[in-house]
Design a protein around this ligand. Structure first.
Ligand code: SF4
Length: 704
């Protein structure tokens, strides 16, 4: 009282960063967020990590765009080193909403008229709400007339989803991460929760203290090793060899669950024959793990009464990412470790709404709820829901395929909402050149991002605390975000902007509020049965699938049957394949990329959050102490990393968790963009690039 810092109102919402989906309260004074506190949400129990607690001031960053912008005539597209995103009027002029929307839509409509629907594509966003994702894919499908719609799931867990859909008929987790507390054994592989899912990591640490045995399997060491029963380091890129060896031990030692296999699965005999030669002794050279450790891991997991597997992008971001996930699913099925509390398969989802955006249909081969675009009955149902608009029956192109299609002249116009492919795509020079070739690019965002610098029209959108809508976290919990701040200047909510573009495409849309969109989603998505907007306002979080209006939803699924035609899960045997770009004498070091605790993805939000950017203000590579010595550098020195696609220079720090022969680079820094280096080779099933493995060489100082 009497303190000028006392908030004058509080608004309950959800964290905008990672897939943990922490519930929080914004404390606001004079329409500015003063501080943030965690709430007692089901996935955070009052906790927040540094991003959720301190990363809230980006909406009021001085570089925020608050009026529509249109490129000035004659200004070339692309990343101009002299361009100041905080002073965009050097390259763009301000426009009214009507003019900007007309230019945005007219450019896309002209390309459709001249070249057909396949000349257009759209990237939606896992940072937006479920309702905005639904509207975006609906616009691309019914307005543009194509399935060329995708989003960042293609860069994170598309391969996991491909394997889960194939093997168990559902792309979401089978149990929440809270179930780790009920497990006897937990495998964490290809993930680093203390960095990427920090609040989930706190639950893992508590579970470890209560007796759950954690087995951390990764090429790199990490903070959770200190809480692990066993830490297993393997050779980068050799995941399938290691996992097949684990399966070999399970079947040759008779550790598999025969009753479970007989009742719930098909294809076990083929798997058994397939892994028979892949003994620990046969695979140890490839994976770098000694046979005794492989046997210990397999026995611990298989003999546990209840065991879970969690994985992250260390598993998915490989050209063999789908195979990696297939192996993990086979391991769980062979040991009967799904369908009960304390068991399950859990790909830790990245973005706050990547689960929801995928469910809502921001995927080129499926309509909402993963219903194939090629299924005539599915299309007919959505055509009936969407005003009898005919739908394309061909799967669309994925993120990286769209970049190739721009280069070959097939795709000429794009609408990009809240994604930043000029930072997030692999082989950035190629991706940026593609964006520069587009005849018409509409970008909808908060800032003039690297991608927006290629745009013809930039539409000023809403930050998370400025809008209302639902999001779905990694646990399948649908949660409600509430507007806490007024929109600055002439910025608009994303759903409003999408609707205005849709109307200019002649679509008869009349949504007055996100709850209208959610009501339509419920008619097309059985996964949302019994989850109403009113319920979310009341209860804040409901898990899908939910069997009744008064039930909280299923934390653990597939107790009786899987989501497949037969109700059975399928084993999918895999063969070890080398990384797409093996190391050579010229490129002897493995480059791996990822996030760091303080920053989120391409940095468009967190690098404009003062506390977070003060904590980690510059790009820094991580190397093992031995690698530092070999290179002859001290922490803080500049090094240059070169791959077949380009070079970046940045400073370096020592990380004792790094293996020799590997360098880690975070991908959020535009001034040393890691994705200039990365390999665009795709997993053939999930179409995900191999961000976790590229051959590189290191040198001291600036590149020559
Ligand atoms: Fe936000 Fe994830 Fe941190 Fe929770 S763990 S506060 S959801 S970034």
């Amino acid at each position: 009282r009497g303190d000028s810092r006392v908030a004058d109102r509080r608004v309950d919402s959800v964290c905008p960063y990672c897939g943990v989906g922490c519930q929080l309260t914004y404390h606001i004074k004079d329409d500015r967020i003063m501080y943030v506190e965690g709430r007692d949400g089901p996935s955070n129990r009052n906790r927040l990590c540094v991003k959720g607690r301190f990363g809230f001031d980006y909406p009021s960053h001085p570089a925020r765009i608050t009026r529509p912008l249109v490129r000035k005539p004659g200004v070339p597209k692309g990343l101009d080193p002299a361009f100041d995103p905080a002073a965009p009027l050097t390259h763009f002029r301000e426009a009214s909403w009507n003019e900007a929307l007309d230019i945005a839509a007219d450019g896309l409509k002209r390309l459709k008229a001249d070249h057909g629907s396949s000349a257009l594509a759209g990237f939606g966003s896992a940072k937006c709400t479920n309702e905005e994702a639904w509207l975006f894919q609906k616009l691309v499908r019914t307005g543009f007339g194509t399935n060329n719609v995708d989003h960042c799931t293609r860069l994170c867990h598309a391969s996991s989803v491909a394997a889960l859909m194939e093997c168990i008929g559902s792309g979401a987790v089978t149990a929440s991460f809270m179930q780790a507390d009920n497990a006897d054994v937990v495998i964490l592989t290809g993930c680093n929760p203390a960095i990427n899912h920090p609040v989930a990591a706190t639950f893992f640490k508590q579970a470890a203290k209560r007796g759950t045995k954690f087995i951390v399997i990764d090429p790199r060491g990490q903070a959770l090793d200190a809480h692990a029963h066993l830490s297993v380091r393997f050779t980068p890129g050799s995941d399938v060899s290691l996992f097949n060896a684990l399966l070999n031990v399970v079947v040759t030692e008779g550790l598999h669950d025969e009753a479970y296999i007989a009742e719930h699965t098909e294809g076990f005999e083929a798997l058994k024959a397939h892994v028979a030669p892949m003994t620990p002794e046969a695979m140890t050279a490839a994976c770098g793990v000694d046979p005794a450790t492989i046997r210990e891991v397999a026995r611990l997991y298989a003999r546990a009464d209840k065991a879970m597997i969690f994985w992250g992008m260390g598993i998915s971001q490989h050209t063999h990412g789908t195979d990696n996930a297939r192996c993990l699913i086979s391991l769980a099925l062979a040991c009967g470790q799904t369908g009960r509390p304390g068991t399950g398969l859990h790909p830790l989802r990245g973005q706050n709404n990547v689960q929801g955006a995928s469910d809502a249909g921001l995927i080129p081969m499926v309509l909402p709820d993963y219903q194939p675009v090629g299924d005539a009955r599915v299309r007919a149902a959505f055509e009936a829901l969407w005003n009898n608009t005919p739908l394309d029956d061909q799967p669309g192109l994925t993120v990286v395929e769209i970049m190739h299609a721009i280069h070959d002249g097939t795709i000429k116009g794009m609408y990009i909402q809240g994604e930043n492919p000029a930072m997030s795509d692999p082989d950035l020079d190629h991706a940026r050149a593609a964006l520069g070739k587009l005849e018409h690019l509409v970008v909808q965002d908060l800032f003039v991002t690297e991608t927006a610098q290629f745009a013809d029209v930039i539409l000023p959108a809403s930050a998370w605390p400025e809008k209302e809508g639902t999001v779905t976290n990694t646990n399948r919990q649908v949660q409600l975000g509430r507007a806490a701040l007024p929109l600055p200047g002439e910025a608009r909510t994303d759903w409003w902007i999408i609707q205005e573009i849709a109307r200019r495409f002649g679509l008869d849309w009349h949504y007055d509020h996100p709850r209208d969109v959610f009501a339509e989603m419920q008619r097309g998505m059985p996964s949302l049965d019994h989850i109403t907007w009113e319920r979310l306002e009341r209860e804040a979080s409901v898990t899908y699938p939910c069997p009744a209006d008064d039930e909280p939803g299923a934390d653990v699924v597939f107790s009786d049957a899987f989501h497949t035609a037969s109700g059975r899960a399928t084993f999918s045997p895999t063969l070890p394949l080398p990384p797409d770009e093996p190391i050579t004498a010229d490129y002897p070091v493995v480059l791996t990329t990822g996030r760091q605790l303080e920053h989120w993805h391409t940095g468009s939000m967190t690098r404009r959050a003062r506390v977070l950017d003060d904590l980690e203000p510059e790009a820094v590579a991580s190397l093992a102490p031995g690698e530092m010595r070999r290179l002859g550098v001290e922490p803080g020195a500049a090094i240059t990393i070169t791959t077949r696609r380009g070079s970046i220079t940045l400073s370096v720090r020592t990380d004792p968790g790094m293996p020799d022969g590997m360098v880690f680079v975070p991908f959020c820094y535009a001034e040393a963009a890691a994705n200039i280096l990365t390999n665009p080779a795709l997993d053939p099933f999930g179409k995900i690039p191999e961000f976790k493995y590229a051959a590189c060489r290191l040198s001291r100082g600036e590149s020559a």
